[in-house]
Ligand binder design. Structure first.
Ligand code: TPP
Ligand code: SF4
Length: 300
C-alpha cells in the first residue's frame, strides 16, 4: 500500500497548519524556522492535516507537534522512532514524520535508527540538530564538537562528534539529506522531497540554540553553508554522497572548511509497509483486528 495523503490536495496556506498554541521556544531558536519549513512543505504538497501525524520524543525540539494543527504524539525521550514505526505499520495510509533533537535521535534513541533505516519504513525523520541537550540546560550531545564546555563537562568534552549523515548512509536509509534552519525555503523544499520519497527519509537540520550553544550559531554557520545540488546531481551515487557527507564535520577542525547542505542520497527500494500489505493480502489478514480475540489470548 502506498501513501495516499498526498492526493488530498486540501490547499491550505502554510500558516493554516499552525495550531493556536504559541511556541514557548526562546527568541532566536532555530526550531521556529524548522516549523515554518514543515508548514511550507505541507502546504505545497496539499497535505490534509487530519491525515498527518508528527511524532516527537522529549526535548525543546520535541515540542514542535504542539504548535501544529496535524495530529501529534509526544512520546518518551528516545522512543519516537519505534512509536512512529508502530503507527505506520497499523495505519500505512497516514503521513508520519518524526520531529526530534540530536540527543534524542543519536544518543538515547540511537539504537532504533539502524533498524528503521534498513527496513525502509516509509517515515520522515527530521532531526533538529543544535549540537547540545537544550531542554536539560547544556549537556554535550553526540554531535557537540570536541572541546565543547557543557554543564557536566566544564573543562570541555573529550569526545569527538559523530557524523549522522555517514551513519544513515551506512545504515541503508534511502533518502539522506542535510539542511540549515537559516534557510527555511531550501529546508522546506528538502522536507517536501523527503515526504514525497517512498521509504525511510532522513534530514539532519542544523538548528542553532542561541541560549545554550553560543559557538554553533546562525552567524557561525551562515558563511560556511554551501549547496551540494550543482556538484552532486546523481543522487544514487553512494560513494560521492559518502565523501560529501564525510566532509560535513571538517569545519570543527579547519575554520576554512564549508558545510554541505542538500540531498546526498536518494534511491528507490520496496518499503517495509508495502511488503506487510502484500503479506496481509496473501494470508488473508485484515486491517480491522478483532481486539476482543487479542485480549482473550492474553487472559490468564
Ligand atoms: C529516559 C529519559 N532520560 C533522560 C531524560 C531527560 N531529558 C529530557 S530532554 C533531554 C535532552 C534533550 O536534548 P535533545 O534531544 O538534543 O533536544 P533539544 O532539547 O536540544 O531540542 C534529556 C536528557 C528524559 N526525559 N527521559
Ligand atoms: S533552549 Fe535552545 S533549543 Fe531550547 S527553546 Fe531555547 S533556543 Fe531553542
Amino acid at each position: 500500500m502506498e501513501l495516499t495523503v498526498l492526493n488530498n490536495n486540501v490547499q491550505l496556506k502554510p500558516k493554516e497548519y499552525r495550531s493556536t498554541i504559541e511556541p514557548t521556544w526562546c527568541p532566536g531558536c532555530g526550531d521556529f524556522a524548522v516549523t515554518a519549513a514543515i508548514c511550507n512543505a505541507f502546504s505545497s504538497l496539499g497535505v490534509n492535516p487530519d491525515n498527518a501525524v508528527l511524532v516527537s520524543g522529549i526535548g525543546c525540539s520535541s515540542r514542535l507537534p504542539l504548535w501544529m494543527r496535524s495530529f501529534g504524539f509526544h512520546s518518551c525521550h528516545g522512543r519516537a522512532v519505534p512509536v512512529a514505526v508502530g503507527m505506520k505499520l497499523s495505519r500505512p495510509e497516514l503521513l508520519i514524520a518524526i520531529t526530534i533533537g540530536d540527543g534524542d535521535a543519536y544518543s538515547i534513541g540511537g539504537g532504533h535508527l539502524p533498524h528503521a533505516a534498513r527496513r525502509n519504513i516509509d517515515l520522515t525523520l527530521i532531526v533538529m540538530d543544535n549540537q547540545i541537550y537544550a531542554l536539560t540546560k547544556k549537556q554535550v550531545s553526540p554531535t557537540s564538537r570536541e572541546g565543547m564546555k557543557g554543564s557536566l563537562t566544564p573543562f570541555g568534552t573529550l569526545d569527538s562528534p559523530m557524523n549522522p549523515l555517514t551513519l544513515m548512509l551506512t545504515y541503508g536509509a534511502t533518502f539522506v539529506a542535510q539542511a540549515f534552519a537559516g534557510n527555511p525555503k531550501v529546508t522546506g523544499d528538502i522536507i517536501k522531497q523527503a515526504i514525497e520519497h517512498k521509504g525511510f527519509s532522513f534530514i539532519n537540520i542544523i538548528s542553532p540554540c542561541p541560549t545554550f550553544n553560543t559557538i554553533d550559531t546562525f552567524e557561525y554557520y551562515r558563511p560556511r553553508i554551501y549547496s551540494i545540488e550543482d556538484l552532486h546531481a546523481d543522487k544514487t551515487d553512494r560513494i560521492n554522497a559518502y565523501e560529501l557527507a564525510e566532509s560535513s564535520l571538517d569545519h570543527t577542525k579547519n575554520p576554512e572548511a564549508k558545510v554541505p547542505v542538500g540531498v546526498f542520497y536518494k534511491v528507490d527500494k520496496p518499503t517495509y509497509d508495502s511488503k506487510v500489505a502484500v503479506l496481509k493480502v496473501k494470508y488473508k489478514g485484515t486491517d480491522t483486528p478483532d481486539l476482543k480475540a487479542i485480549y482473550n489470548r492474553f487472559r490468564a
